[in-house]
Ligand binder design. Structure first.
Ligand code: FAD
Length: 395
């Protein structure tokens, strides 16, 4: 059987779902999302969901503010709670990173981020359990917090479907249909084909193997990332997300009073097979967690490990995504989110929709050129002008 659609989106993770939503918001609803499993069953379901606009790269800071505006209005826009909790976001840095942080905060404010510097006494009130002595400065976003990537992706998909988008679950794309230099559709595992004017590939950690046979190399490494949840042993209350750039960890409240811990030391990563990786923390990682959390939060002496799991990041050479058309006509790639694609997903959806419909970004703060695939071959990587010593990636 041969179907047609204006746009086929391969992958029903949060980025594919956001693209479907944004296209439908712009009136393009002859769209088919082919998801081999179920919506958000990939790495989206593993996301820590941290929401902050703290990026030195201005286009990413702007994308995160677009995301934040959508999360804040989610009840109204989607008619449901998508799990966004506006606890605030605090980032703490040591002496070596004070100048970078101040420059980054100024650049963020220039694209509309509401952020400011706060002092030890402010943070001590928010996180009374923490040893703050090694920090030299703190940045603060009162509008930050954390969300639920699974629920958010479902909300995008439900909204898109209500507008007429076809969300096809259990539909694996086995091949792209290529005619000369143009992608003209996809073939599904059941043999059906879907002809389309545009094909958006949003397959995260699975992107390289899907596109490789067509001579399209998206340089993505698959990196395993472990998460540990902790019973703090006391009521911690409504603590903000805390990004500790001294000992390189982040913590945030978790539903039910627990604390979610992630390691932000990405200097020595573990590559993995996205279809066969250890879905729990190793003993060494649990030891690291106990050490980092115990050192930073001496006010939680009864804290205990609750559980753990793992997911995979789709990491590009500059730890930033590829969002753009090409190198084949009609092929759009939205992949390589490198562990920070949740918070920007509404803006990713809108950028994909703009590129498919108009060929360029509608938001001057978010030039599509920043995210072009060719930047890797050109050795013109998308890097922050204000790097943090020891924590360069993702900021
Ligand atoms: C442990 C962890 C913590 C994170 N924490 C944060 C955070 O705090 N803040 C933040 O902003 N971001 C965070 N992220 C990153 C964010 O969650 C991801 O960038 C985002 O979820 C990626 O979404 P995606 O749609 O690109 O990929 P996925 O969710 O993996 O979706 C890709 C989809 O493509 C489907 N697919 C693959 N191949 C095919 C095929 N051939 N045919 C059809 N379908 C196919 C898969 O089944 C999958 O559903 C985290 C990620 C992880 C793993």
């Amino acid at each position: 059987m041969n179907e047609t659609a204006d746009v086929v989106i391969v992958g029903g993770g949060i980025e594919g779902a956001a693209a479907a939503w944004a296209l439908s918001q712009r009136g393009v609803s002859d769209v088919l999302v082919a998801e081999r499993n179920t919506v958000a069953s990939g790495m989206t379901g593993k996301s820590s969901g941290i929401v902050r606009c703290h990026y030195g790269v201005s286009s990413l800071a702007a994308m995160a503010t677009v995301g934040l505006e959508v999360f804040e209005k989610a009840d109204e826009m989607f008619g449901t709670d998508i799990g966004f909790r506006q606890t605030g976001y605090v980032v703490g840095v040591g002496e070596a990173n004070v100048e970078s942080m101040r420059n980054s905060l100024a650049a963020q404010r220039a694209v509309g981020v509401q952020t400011e510097e706060i002092d030890h006494s402010d943070v001590a009130q928010m996180w009374p359990f923490a040893d703050l002595s090694p920090f030299a400065a703190f940045g603060w976003e009162s509008r930050g917090g954390y969300g639920d990537a699974y629920l958010t992706a479902q909300a995008f998909a439900v909204s898109a479907r209500a507008a007429g988008v076809r969300i096809r679950q259990g539909a694996t794309v086995t091949d792209l249909l290529v005619d000369g230099d143009a992608v003209t559709g996809v073939r599904l595992a059941d043999g059906c084909t879907v002809s389309a004017g545009a094909v958006v590939v949003a397959t995260g950690v699975w992107t390289r193997s899907l596109l490789g046979p067509y001579g399209v190399d998206v340089p993505i490494r698959v990196v395993r990332e472990q998460i540990v949840t902790i019973d703090p042993g006391v009521e911690t209350g409504n603590v903000p997300v805390f990004s500790d750039l001294v000992s390189l960890q982040y913590v945030r409240p978790e539903v039910g009073g627990d604390i979610l811990f992630g390691n932000s030391d990405l200097s020595d990563v573990e590559e993995a097979d996205p279809d066969n990786y250890l879905n729990r923390a190793t003993e060494a990682f649990v030891d690291l967690t106990v050490d980092k959390v115990g050192t930073r939060f001496p006010g939680l002496p009864a804290a205990a490990i609750r559980t753990s799991y793992a997911g995979c990041y789709d990491v590009t050479p500059d730890w930033n995504p590829v969002i753009g058309e090409g190198p084949l006509d009609g092929l759009f790639i939205a992949a390589g989110f490198s562990g920070h694609g949740f918070k920007i997903s509404p803006a990713v959806g809108r950028l994909v929709a703009d590129l498919v419909i108009d060929g360029r970004s509608a938001d001057p703060r978010i030039p599509e050129n920043d995210f072009r695939l060719s930047r890797f071959a050109e050795n013109d990587l998308l890097r922050t002008p204000y790097p943090y010593v020891g924590a360069g990636q993702m900021r």
